[in-house]
Design a protein around this ligand. Structure first.
Ligand code: NAP
Length: 480
């Protein structure tokens, strides 16, 4: 049975219908689930004005009071977790169990930041002059605008809205056109929790560029946060600075290396590779994209990995036991097919998979590719599908050089039992996050984010709140 959902946009505490609507599809079978408002520049301007009007009242509340309201939002999410999971799975395609994991992960950002906001401490600074006293205070920035991707329909919103609201800001969110229903469910729960009107707004659209332009250029928006591709992030970040030098956070694409050293526990490495590479059918920004394996264990590792990958169950997200759902849309499946075909034509071989899956038009068979070389696109670009390319290395230096040979630097993984190597490699890898002997690491308490072209800023952890606060210095002068 389909979960209940709202299908109108949410602006200034009101549900906003529209004559112009666009279809939301179930990626498992391409059926239409809903039609949501196709809003544009005028409605975005209106939502920003509502967020601006709501800002003084929300910012003036004591952190504790905001925290209590946000805690109610978190509780509402957890009470409704099964519906949220069903909705995430329905419009995003991931298996329901995995979707429930996302719902708990997404809700945890609201819980964490409601608690952290109470600890947004300033500093006293020892004076340089006897007649002065120095302090810093932390203040909200103002209206925030956020654009989010479809691969985590809930968590990519709460990672931004959590710290924004906790710090006393208000926010306008533009969810992706593929998964707007989860965003609207969050608005429904915000309303239920008593989040005041105008504090959290959701503008649905099929014209991302029109809405994005207003968000980037508006003088009322003081902070812009984007999660998505590097190409779009670069453009929007540049537009924000050029328009009025607003604060910008960018969580962009990755090309995560996963290194398996000869001294690794190979079973743990296989488990970690499956967890990292095949989560959400390979469609996460931190998915291992390139599996680099030391020569001495290449054959043993590839054999074990291939056996495990061949066992993965493919099917619609609501079917029991399914581990690999559909890819998000036709464009995504075509891209994966093309990248694999190119690799095979250039000398790679498929140890398992290597083709579409019979479950439906947007399903791809979990794949392991051997004999992959550095120049192949499966190595140089984000695959965003259930395909694990294997590349050999001989030395630690070579492994690190291969890992760093990319303009991206989001996540990196490696498997070793040598603690000295663990420190060495963790320090040498150019990425915002490194996970040793573990394929999954993300949660609300850690600073998530990238270096190089993977982005600017961090989400989660104490760092995540800083992104939504201004530090103001105050000088108390004139002491006798
Ligand atoms: P995308 O095309 O950049 O889309 C992301 C968001 O940007 C969507 O809401 C999209 O709206 C919007 N958008 C697209 N073009 C726009 C424009 N010209 N102006 C304003 N907004 C625009 O990215 P995607 O391919 O859907 O998402 C996957 C990418 O996100 C991958 O590269 C992945 O690595 C990255 N990602 C990064 C993180 C991280 O934390 N670093 C997390 C998740 C995903 P519409 O969908 O409505 O067009």
């Amino acid at each position: 049975m389909s979960p209940a959902f709202r299908s109108d946009a949410y602006i200034n505490g009101e549900w906003r219908a529209a004559a112009q609507r666009f279809a939301v599809y179930n990626p498992a079978n391409q059926e239409v689930i809903a039609h949501v408002p196709n809003l544009g520049a005028a409605e975005t301007t209106e939502a920003i004005a509502a967020a601006h009007a709501a800002f003084p009242g929300w910012a003036a509340k004591a952190a504790k009071e905001r925290a209590q309201i946000m805690r109610a939002w978190f509780d509402a999410m957890m009470t409704d977790i099964d519906r949220l999971a069903a909705l995430i799975s329905l419009e995003g395609g991931k298996p329901v169990g995995e979707a429930k994991g996302e719902a708990a992960y997404g809700a945890a950002f609201i819980e964490w930041f409601s608690e952290e906001a109470k600890r947004a401490y300033g500093r006293t600074i020892p004076t340089t002059t006897a007649t002065r006293r120095y302090v810093t205070i932390k203040q909200p920035i103002g209206v925030c605008a956020a654009i989010t991707p479809w691969n985590f329909p809930m968590a990519m919103i709460t990672r931004k809205a959590g710290p924004a609201l906790a710090a006393g800001n208000t926010i306008v969110v533009k969810p992706p056109h593929q998964t707007p229903l989860t965003a609207l469910a969050l608005a429904e729960l915000a309303e239920k929790a008593g989040i005041p009107k105008g504090v959290f707004n959701v503008v649905t659209t099929e014209d991302a560029a029109a809405v994005g332009k207003v968000m980037c250029e508006s003088e009322l928006v003081r902070k812009f946060s984007f999660t998505g591709s590097t190409a779009v992030g670069k453009k929007l970040g540049a537009a924000c600075i050029a328009a009025n030098v607003k604060r910008v956070s960018l969580e962009l694409g990755g090309n995560a290396p996963l290194l398996v050293f000869a001294d690794a526990d190979l079973d743990l490495a296989v488990k970690g590779t499956i967890a990292s590479k095949f989560r959400n059918a390979g469609q996460t920004c931190v998915c291992a994209n390139r599996i680099l394996v030391e020569d001495a264990v290449y054959d043993a590792f590839s054999k074990k990995l291939t056996a495990a990958v061949a066992e993965l169950k493919v099917g619609p997200g609501d079917e029991a036991g399914v581990q690999i759902g559909p890819l998000i849309d036709q464009h995504a499946i075509e891209k994966v097919e093309k990248m694999v075909a190119e690799a095979l034509a250039s000398g790679a071989s498929a140890l398992t998979g290597g083709k579409k899956h019979a479950a439906g038009a947007q399903f791809y068979t979990p794949t392991v590719l051997a004999n992959v070389t550095k120049d192949m696109r499966v190595n140089t670009e984000e695959i965003f599908g259930p395909v694990a390319p294997l590349i050999r290395f001989k030395t630690e230096d070579e492994a690190v050089a291969l890992a760093n040979a990319t303009p991206f630097g989001l996540a990196a993984y490696f498997f070793t039992k040598d603690v000295n190597r663990a420190w060495r490699v963790a320090e040498r890898i150019e990425s915002g996050m490194v996970s040793i002997n573990d394929g999954i690491f993300s949660n609300e308490v850690i600073p998530f984010g990238g270096v190089k072209e993977s982005g600017l800023g961090r989400e989660g952890g104490v760092e995540g709140l800083e992104e939504y606060l201004e530090t103001k210095f105050v000088n108390f002068g004139g002491f006798a």
